[in-house]
Design a binder for this molecule. Structure first.
Ligand code: NAP
Ligand code: F7E
Length: 330
């Protein structure tokens, strides 16, 4: 076995795929927990499938997590698996609580029993701040979750802190603000916009229905954020960190930037559609990264405009190469 072994849950997702690439580059042996699927399309990790080992498992099934720990004997565990789409969490509240919340306890428990000296990373979220009275938000900002997803993340966050305090585990939470990439799921607003703009530019569509254009987010590039996750586990002591760019933009800004990249006026195509509004909105999230900049020496380089251009360009290339995902319906 290689000297450093890492187990990544959620390896098929956006962050899991970038983290796997990064850890392979650092010389790790990488194991990934992956759910059983009816199709075997692993788009995000297809290019590294021969360099990693997939272990079948599910955060809803403790026995599979124990087996994964025993098989991988990891030095580092990154818990990136979750039902991660906020809007779906109102439609799937119990499942979201079970997987995104209690799933963290299941994983921590299997680590505590099988490999207690491993280091554990929990993918906490800026959504936990929710209807925050403070802006920007830092590690001390109180939580006010606004969705079943955010409630489940608060549970997972405090479970991680509790296992650290109760059992002395090396367990850290990264409170990450929105981070995006061409590997983002089509339902998230950045990819939805990038994909629609590319379709409109290529004459395949003529409209883009969206929800709340006033929401403001701190959007960064996922490929850089996975480095911050790894750095947290290289510290001498386990601690929690806020990770973001320190700049926020509205959904309207996002749409404007994406359409102007292809020389189109967003107002000719964008409509507001009730179907994409949420029962409770998080109006503004903005990271105060003072602590992570200092302690982790982590400073993101990709700014909002670069990110939008990267994503629209990737969609144009995907469509030109005829790899055409369907229009997002959620
Ligand atoms: P993502 O692309 O939606 O990936 C989620 C991963 O979780 C996928 O690999 C998915 O597997 C897996 N998964 C879902 N349910 C599972 C279950 N029951 N058992 C095992 N695996 C399961 O999410 P992401 O954007 O990479 O985010 C990674 C993590 O960071 C998530 O926990 C998310 O909540 C959190 N987070 C994300 C952001 C962000 O802006 N991206 C910000 C803060 C926190 P399938 O491929 O089989 O569906
Ligand atoms: O929405 C608004 C929407 O779905 C961003 C997840 O990774 O980041 C992500 O959660 C904003 C919201 O991401 C549409 O109402 C308007 O205010 O891209 P999103 P999210 O909900 O911020 C956090 C940090 C996570 O932890 C999550 O896992 O955009 N918005 N119109 C829309 N959003 C979507 N999806 N679709 C629209 O049509």
């Amino acid at each position: 076995m290689a000297e450093r072994r890492a187990l990544i849950t959620g390896i098929t997702g956006q962050d899991g795929s970038y983290l796997a690439e990064f850890l392979l580059g650092q010389g790790y042996q990488v194991f990934g927990l992956a759910r059983r699927r009816s199709t075997d399309s692993f788009d995000n990790i297809a290019h590294i499938l021969d360099q990693i080992e997939l272990i079948t498992g599910d955060l809803a099934d403790s026995s599979s997590l124990f087996r994964a720990m025993e098989r991988a004997q990891p030095h580092e565990i990154y818990n990136l698996a979750a039902q991660s789409f906020v809007k779906s969490s109102w439609e799937l509240p119990e499942m979201t609580g079970d997987v995104t919340g209690i799933g963290v306890t299941r994983l921590l428990e299997s680590m505590r029993v099988v490999c207690p000296s491993a280091r554990f990373y929990q993918a906490s979220s800026s959504e936990m701040f929710g209807l925050s009275e403070e802006c920007p938000q830092n590690e001390k900002t109180p939580f006010h979750p606004r969705s079943p997803y955010a409630v489940a993340k608060v549970y997972g966050h405090w479970s991680t802190v509790n296992y650290r305090e109760s059992y002395g585990l090396f367990a850290c939470c990264g409170i990450l603000f929105n981070h995006e990439s061409p590997r983002r799921g089509l339902e998230f607003v950045t990819r939805k916009v990038a994909h629609a703009v590319a379709r409109i530019k290529l004459g395949l569509s003529d409209r883009l229905p969206l929800g709340n254009l006033d929401a403001r987010r701190d959007w960064g590039f996922a490929g850089e954020y996975v480095v911050a996750m790894w750095r947290m586990l290289q510290q001498d002591e386990p601690e929690d960190f806020v990770i973001g760019t320190g700049e926020d933009y509205s959904v309207r800004d996002l749409v404007e930037a994406a359409f102007s990249y292809v020389d189109l006026d967003w107002q000719d195509y964008v409509t507001q559609d009730e179907r994409f509004m949420r029962p409770a909105e998080v109006p503004r999230l903005l990271a105060d990264c003072t602590r992570s900049q200092k302690r982790l020496e982590w400073n993101p380089q990709v700014r909002f405009q670069d990110l939008v251009e990267m994503m629209v360009q990737a969609e144009l290339e995907r469509l030109n190469n005829s790899k055409k995902p369907e229009d997002a319906t959620i």
